[in-house]
Design a protein around this ligand. Structure first.
Ligand SMILES: [Zn+2]
Ligand SMILES: [Zn+2]
Length: 320
């Protein structure tokens, strides 16, 4: 027995070492897995377009993506945003942003600068789309998307009758599920709740803002709007207030007509300060920027003149 004692002692030590190694590996693996899971479920907001109807090579038409738990929810589809989805998918390793895989699109209103890329998104490689695009938006959406579908019929016929290599998984994959919405909760699942509320935006009615709630973030997207007290109420204490803006300091440089139009349909930087003072969001993100020759810094300064919270000017592909 004495002879074997040292041997047994070594075995016990070895076993202990192996046990420790396995336990450490297990802990490391589970830590990696849980941080991966946290990363997966953590809500990320990507600006796909921060522009307006004024052409700007650096700013696509308005669009914001909210990514949570492996799914992208997109708000507005201004011209050029589909290219931005691909850039963002690659840059941030967010495959859920590839256009074919986007399933949910919410529109604030039907002004052309917010919808130019609805067809591009719905019809981007439509023949292999895993699921048709669902679009939510104001009255008039069904008619719009119906006409949109008819413009692709010729191509759809050709592809459907094409060579076997052109695999068409859904003959009508370019069609969208259009839902015309009213104020209130318009979409909800385990990961996200989307609430629409009306905003004042000149003659176009209804125009909506959206409040989005996920497991770890609250976000308000203004859409296009003049100063709105309801919006300030909805944005109370949210993490992100993504708001359209124009330079109030430079509005006087515009013609009488445009001063009247922008003054009554959009929100000046100093009005955003008023809204932010009521709502006190974690961060104000300025987008849909009507510069009127002001710089980004000047517009941010215009907000900060009477608001002491965090304010940033968004550029395309910014992530929050
Ligand atoms: Zn607009
Ligand atoms: Zn508009």
């Amino acid at each position: 027995m004495l002879h074997f004692a040292p041997y047994l002692g070594k075995t016990a030590i070895m076993m202990k070492l192996i046990y420790r190694l396995v336990a450490t590996a297990f802990l490391l693996l589970s830590a990696t897995f849980s941080s991966f899971a946290a990363e997966q479920s953590q809500t990320q907001v990507v600006m796909l377009g921060t522009g307006t109807p004024v052409p700007d090579p650096n700013r696509s038409g308005p669009s914001v993506a909210i990514i949570t738990n492996g799914e992208a929810y997109v708000f507005d589809a201004g011209g050029g945003m589909v290219n931005r989805t691909v850039q963002a998918a690659q840059q941030y390793n967010l495959p859920e942003l590839f256009p074919q895989d986007i399933k949910h699109l919410f529109l604030t209103h039907l002004h052309s600068d917010h919808i130019h890329d609805v067809s591009e998104l719905a019809m981007h490689r439509w023949w292999g789309r895993p699921e048709r695009l669902s679009v939510y938006g104001p009255k008039g959406l069904a008619e719009y998307t119906q006409h949109m579908a008819s413009m692709i019929e010729i191509e759809a016929d050709i592809r459907a009758a094409g060579t076997p290599e052109q695999l068409v998984t859904d003959r009508h994959g370019y069609l969208v599920n259009a839902t015309e919405i009213e104020e209130g909760i318009v979409f909800s699942n385990n990961d996200i709740t989307v609430e629409a509320f009306t905003v004042p935006h000149g003659e176009i009615r209804p125009a909506f803002g959206y409040k989005i709630t996920t497991a770890d973030k609250t976000i308000v997207i203004s859409g296009d709007t003049a100063y709105s007290e309801l919006l300030a109420e909805k944005a109370a204490g949210v993490d992100l207030l993504i708001h359209e803006v124009f330079s109030g300091d430079r509005l006087s440089e515009q013609s009488e007509f445009w001063q009247q139009y922008h003054g009554s349909s959009h929100t000046s930087a100093s009005q955003i300060a008023q809204i932010a003072n009521i709502a006190r969001p974690g961060l104000v993100v300025l987008t849909h920027i009507l510069f009127f020759n002001a710089t980004s810094d000047e517009i941010v300064a215009e907000v900060k003149r009477s608001y002491d919270g965090e304010v940033v000017m968004a550029d395309d592909l910014d992530k929050f």
